[in-house]
Write a protein that binds this ligand. Structure first.
Ligand code: PLP
Length: 359
């Protein structure tokens, strides 16, 4: 048996009719950039998240970079970033000349250690980027505990909520990616920023579109960071299924959690399970055995950011962030998508229980 890590073909089979018609409609009308499809999606996604505004942009990385720029972060400012996240969270900071200030994660949740984040604040700190990693949301009260602007990296948590607030609606801005394998994915790159700050919304609209207020009238130095209309049309259709797909992910996660043997450490807490991450003592060996058995797995992420060569100027050393460093050696992401079948899951569980060793 073959178990893919995600199954985008199965998803397409489900939405084919409506998505294909929506794409065709954009092509027929010839409105490819911004326009009614993008506005329609922005409105629907803002409502879904529970923010008053949404700005469609070209990717999750651009969303983060523009949100930072939009709230006035500039060269030399420090921004707190968890060391256990996808590289884009920190690249958004360095892209505008600001400096990531790395903070360790919490052992059990893998999320930003809030107490350590508070300790890391100094006179140059201008913002915090908590990441709702693997589909689990940083608690709303923790997000509210900073006296600094909070930019939520919600690229893995479309639809997750905490104390009645959805990911992306709590901080000054929420940043989303619609990379194809995310819980809400486009058919190419895409992203969005949600905010309830109308001044920030207006600035972001300028920033994504050459800084122009109307054609050839350029107020600030913007760029070209727009969500395109075909992607918006796809996302508008798929957004209607997001809650149901997240429920399927939760059901698949519950199956893993209930059937993996004792000693295999599994996720805790509420999550929309962008990823289902276990911890084992023999991670590399287990991953190799599973690959031989036709089971695709992933490691999210193998190198904590302070040890990534691209950030070597920050002087990070082995031992600086022991919780994240240990996690990086033990974590393994099992196949997860709304379309994973019970036969596939049974097979994965059988093999993990056979070869996985307790941490
Ligand atoms: C995917 C992802 C991003 C980047 O999004 P892109 O659309 O690929 O640029 C940023 N942060 C996290 C946590 C992500 O998972």
């Amino acid at each position: 048996m073959n178990v893919p890590f995600v199954d985008l073909q199965a998803e397409f089979r489900e939405v084919d009719g409506e998505v294909s018609a929506a794409i065709r409609n954009v092509v027929q009308k010839g409105n490819f950039v911004l326009g009614p499809e993008v506005e329609g999606f922005e409105e629907a996604f803002a409502r879904y998240v529970g923010s008053s505004c949404c700005i469609g942009v070209s990717s999750g990385t651009d969303a983060l970079r523009m949100a930072l720029e939009g709230i006035g972060i500039s060269a030399g400012d420090e921004v707190i970033v968890p060391v256990n996240t996808f590289v884009a969270t920190a690249l958004a900071v360095t892209a505008i000349g600001a400096v990531p200030r790395f903070v360790d994660s919490v052992d059990e949740s893998f999320l930003l250690d809030i107490a350590k984040a508070h300790e890391a604040v100094n006179s140059r700190t201008r913002a915090v980027i908590p990441v709702h990693l693997y589909g689990r949301m940083v608690a709303a009260e923790d997000l509210a505990s900073f006296d600094l602007p909070v930019i939520e990296d919600a690229a893995q948590a479309h639809g997750q909520d905490c104390q009645g607030r959805r990911a992306g609606s709590v901080g000054r801005a929420g940043c989303f990616s619609f990379y194809p394998s995310k819980n809400l994915g486009a058919y190419g790159d895409g992203g969005a920023i949600t905010t309830s700050d109308e001044e920030l919304r207006d600035r972001l609209r300028l920033l994504r579109n050459y800084g122009q207020s109307r054609k050839y009238h350029h107020e600030i130095k913007g760029g070209n960071h727009r969500l395109d209309a075909i992607q918006a049309a796809v996302l508008r259709v798929k957004l209607k299924s997001l809650d149901r797909w997240n429920q399927c992910r939760r059901a698949a996660a519950a199956y893993y959690t209930n059937h993996l043997k004792d000693g295999i450490s599994r996720p805790t807490g509420e999550s929309v399970y962008h990823l289902y991450v276990i911890r084992v003592g023999n991670r590399d060996r287990l991953q190799g055995k599973l690959a031989e058995a036709g089971i695709d797995t992933g490691i999210h992420y193998p190198v904590p950011l302070h040890l990534a060569p691209c950030f070597k100027e920050l002087g990070g050393r082995q031992g600086d962030f022991p919780v994240a460093e240990r996690a990086a050696r033990e974590i393994l992401s099992l196949p997860m998508s709304p379309f994973i079948t019970s036969e596939q899951q049974e097979y994965v569980v059988e093999k993990v229980n056979k070869w996985g060793e307790p941490v």
